[in-house]
Design a protein around this ligand. Structure first.
Ligand code: SDX
Length: 374
């Protein structure tokens, strides 16, 4: 058995999947064969969620049934509401999200059933309830009353409504919906692989998604969209951006929102998200972040030949939409529940316990001396 260590599983193929693929021939991320940018142009998030979970785009009847099921599951149990009310106001919303899923797992009547049908139903409950749980925490920590979900609103509209008490104009909602489509799925990224690893012992979907949320929180993964905004807030003005980024690179800083393990010449999701970032900047009449965006990107490509990833345009877009910075990665969760769940079901369908090897470099064998002689 060869013992050459591939740290970070760099370049290692560990399983097969049908959920998504970055197709070099069209330089696009594809979900079940459809290019993500085409889905952004022609579908809403609910249609794409159905596609990722069921393998094909829904017809009108299937979509209506899917949307109805999602809307009917948006309410939280009294128990979960009371637990959210006791959460420390300073808790990170990613930790609140992780805890909320765990509580949902305690309450779900199908927790111990790992069948495809039960897992699809559990996914719908987690997908539908997570926005309500996060919006409730957002309201509570800002000293405001809970706003209950509204069935007549779409998934995207309803999140704005439960957070801010109103639905913004349709272009803002479309930009948010596009970000959800682009965030939904990305093959064996670290949080998805975490979910698959947990599933490989035949543990349940709530546990696997709890682990995935913990993984997504990291700044090298989903947490990068928050860090992008922190960076832009530090830069503050476009005229400070050039000096700031050059100094950061001189200090060998890792610049959040840039680089990717798979894409080495640019994340295929960025052009679409950049376009909607531009639209939202125009609606909000604030070009500050766009100017900072362009200056930092130019230096990163010129000095390091490192391109933006999807978190780079998404961070400032969420800021312009009015979300608190530490809510950016939780929004990523709302969307990625679909990708994680598809992979969890795929793992169950063709499971093999995930258990890699390690190259040992510790002490050789030695005798134990009893305490008096140590
Ligand atoms: C997501 O996997 C997915 O699909 C994830 C995701 C998804 O949809 O699930 O796409 C979402 O997580 C996007 C990535 C968000 N993370 C960030 O923006 C954090 C900043 N990026 C870097 O930490 C880094 O680019 C990674 C972690 C994303 C990828 O890094 P790799 O593939 O492990 O490569 P590496 O860290 O070994 O970098 C190779 C070289 C290094 O220089 P040397 O040590 O060889 O001199 O490139 C440099 C790195 O220092 N480098 C960077 C950099 N990214 C890589 N230098 C400065 N800033 C960066 N952002």
């Amino acid at each position: 058995m060869s013992e050459d260590v591939k740290k970070g599983l760099l370049g290692i193929v560990v399983d097969e999947t049908e959920v998504s693929k970055v197709m070099p021939e069209i330089n696009s991320l594809t979900y079940r064969g459809y290019a993500a940018q085409d889905l952004c142009a022609r579908c809403n998030f609910e249609e794409v969620a159905y596609l990722i979970l069921n393998g094909d785009l829904p017809n009108k009847k299937q979509l209506k049934k899917f949307e109805k099921q999602e809307k009917n599951e948006r309410t939280l149990s009294k128990n979960l509401i009371s637990i959210l009310k006791q959460m420390p106001k300073k808790a990170h919303p990613m930790d609140v999200a992780r805890t909320a899923v765990s509580v949902m797992g305690l309450e779900d009547k199908q927790t111990s059933d790992n069948s495809q049908k039960a897992n699809l139903n559990k996914t719908m409950r987690i997908l539908a309830k997570m926005p309500t749980a996060l919006a409730l925490f957002y309201r509570l920590r800002n000293g405001k009353k809970m706003i209950s979900p509204k069935k007549k609103l779409s998934f995207a509209e309803n999140f704005f409504y439960m957070c801010f008490g109103k639905v913004p104009n349709k272009d803002i909602v479309k930009a948010f919906d596009v970000s959800l489509i682009l965030y939904a799925e990305h093959s064996f990224n670290v949080s998805t692989f975490t979910a698959r690893t947990i599933t490989s012992s035949l543990s349940d979907i709530h546990g696997a998604i709890t682990g995935a949320i913990a993984s997504l929180k990291g700044p090298l993964h989903g947490g990068a969209n928050e860090e992008v905004m922190q960076m832009m807030k530090k830069i503050k003005k476009p005229e400070r951006a050039l000096k700031w980024i050059n100094k950061a690179l001189d200090n060998k800083q890792v610049i959040m929102g840039f680089g990717h393990r798979v894409y080495k010449n640019g994340d295929s999701r960025v052009p679409t998200m950049r376009e909607y970032f531009k639209k939202v900047s125009k609606i909000k009449k604030d070009k500050t972040f766009e100017k900072i965006y362009d200056i930092v990107e130019k230096v990163m490509i010129e000095r390091k030949n490192i391109h933006p990833n999807v978190d780079y345009p998404t961070g400032p877009t969420y800021h312009l939409m009015g979300f608190d910075t530490d809510f950016f990665t939780p929004i990523f969760v709302l969307s990625r529940i679909t990708g994680w769940s598809a992979h969890i079901m795929e793992q169950h369908a063709a499971n093999k316990l995930i258990r890699p090897l390690a190259k040992y470099k510790g002490s050789q064998h030695r005798k134990v001396l009893s305490l008096n002689y140590r």
